[in-house]
Design a protein around this ligand. Structure first.
Ligand code: UDP
Length: 411
């Protein structure tokens, strides 16, 4: 990472998470641009940030991040910046005192019902959907056949309703069906949380992978730097000013903004809603705490799940203690210092977002990118793919402009 205080950049990237790091890396390596990346936090990597704790266990400060993708281009791209450690995520859910696989599968049925009934349910499921099918719970709930209806109701009530009302503050029907469809009912004994062909963790952690992406002579990173210290947006004149040493100057390069889009406008048309989480990390004085990386607690406690990081490490750490994190969902409240994690999709929120997005788009040098700026529930691989696509579009626009005789602006 460049540490010079050179006065001009071709692009300024707000946010050193997935979207910002991918764009910065692409712009520096493919366009030879000088890029400044700023982040208000004291570290790179956004919510993927991980670090070793005092016991040498790699923890994810913003909750468990398990990489999985079905996109070969994303896998190939990230593989330039990290080696991988194979890892397939498995989750158990605590239902009626039993720990059963989630996604709810044929083994889960056998653990929750008497043997003879379980077998009839399994036969009915296979007859209706076929082996290997993955059925969203809200779809299964539409089944009229009494045995399937009973099964659907059981899974819905025991695994989804209370978890979802803790996580989102509403019943499963009140959120986008795509959200609960992320965790289907599975007509097989596959107990993996994800089925993507590529599932792995960066061998030296996410932070090291992001450091490798940003480790380019043309990229400068400034941490603990709020955007307002560096930039001012003048929406009336459609101009962006750069702030440096008490001076302001017009900035004509690209600005890649990956923060909350409503913050660009001081939320003047109302704040966009998010769900947040409070993470409670605990060191347990024993080598292992639970039999899987993550155990969900849909029906008991105020937390939704416990994740034990030791399960993610290969080779196993020598520590005699283990670290777990409890996730307590809550409404996002910036005044309380919360982080915005999950967009809450409502019609009103969508209209607000469309309004902010249209105003941002009018400023052609500004690109809003990623989960917070595009108000999307992205998985990590979606965020990478989205940023790669944004770069491809930017590059095409730049090349066609320079083919037309215009020079690339320098700020
Ligand atoms: N969900 C649930 N019970 C579970 C797991 C998930 O009701 O045991 C629902 C819940 O609404 C959750 C959604 O499915 O928000 C998506 O779960 P996922 O594990 O994909 O969420 P993430 O890991 O992104 O928080």
């Amino acid at each position: 990472m460049r540490s010079s205080d050179a006065a001009s950049y071709d692009a300024i990237v707000i946010g050193a998470g997935i979207s910002g790091a991918v764009m910065a890396e692409r712009m520096a390596s493919q366009l030879n641009w000088r890029v400044l990346v700023i982040d208000q936090r004291s570290h790179i990597g956004g919510n993927c940030f991980d670090e070793l704790d005092a016991d040498g266990i790699r923890i994810h400060r913003y909750g468990p991040h398990l990489f999985h993708t079905d996109r070969e281009d994303v896998w190939q791209y990230l593989s330039h910046f990290t080696r991988w450690q194979p890892y397939e995520h498995r989750v158990l859910s605590s239902i009626d005192g039993e720990l059963v696989p989630i996604p709810f599968n044929l083994t889960s049925i056998e653990r929750c019902f008497p043997e003879e009934k379980a077998q009839r349910m399994i036969s009915a499921l296979i007859a209706r959907f076929g082996e290997e099918a993955r059925v969203p719970i809200l779809e299964l709930r539409k089944e009229a056949e009494p045995l399937l209806a009973e099964l659907a109701d059981f899974i819905y009530q025991k695994a989804f309703v209370n978890y979802t009302s803790k996580q989102w503050g509403v019943a499963p029907e009140a959120i986008s069906p795509a959200v609960t469809a992320r965790v289907p009912v599975v007509v097989s004994r596959d107990d993996r949380y994800f089925t993507d062909p590529w599932q792995a963790l960066p061998a030296d952690g996410y932070t090291a992978m992001f450091a490798a992406m940003l480790n380019h002579p043309a990229i400068e990173v400034r941490l603990s730097t709020p955007m307002s210290e560096m930039l001012r947006f003048d929406w009336e004149s459609q101009r962006i000013y750069r702030r440096e040493g008490g001076e302001e100057s017009l900035f004509t390069g690209k600005v890649i903004y990956t923060g909350m889009i409503d913050q660009l406008f001081a939320a003047d048309r109302g704040a966009l809603r998010y769900r947040s989480l409070r993470f409670s990390f605990e060191r347990k004085d024993q080598p292992w705490w639970q039999p899987a990386t993550t155990v969900n607690y849909p029906n008991d406690h105020d937390y939704t799940r416990i994740t034990e990081f030791r399960h993610l490490m290969q080779p196993e750490p020598a520590a005699a203690a283990t670290t777990v994190v409890y996730e307590f969902p809550k409404e996002f409240d910036p005044a309380a210092g919360d982080e915005p994690y999950y967009p809450v999709f409502t019609e009103e929120g969508q209209h607000r977002f469309d309004d902010y997005a249209a105003r941002a788009k009018a400023m052609s040098q500004l690109h809003c990118l990623g989960r917070l700026a595009q108000y999307k529930y992205f998985d990590m691989d979606d965020a990478v793919a989205n940023a790669l696509e944004a770069f491809t579009a930017l590059e095409a626009a730049i090349r066609s402009k320079s083919a037309g005789g215009e020079s690339v602006p320098h700020g």
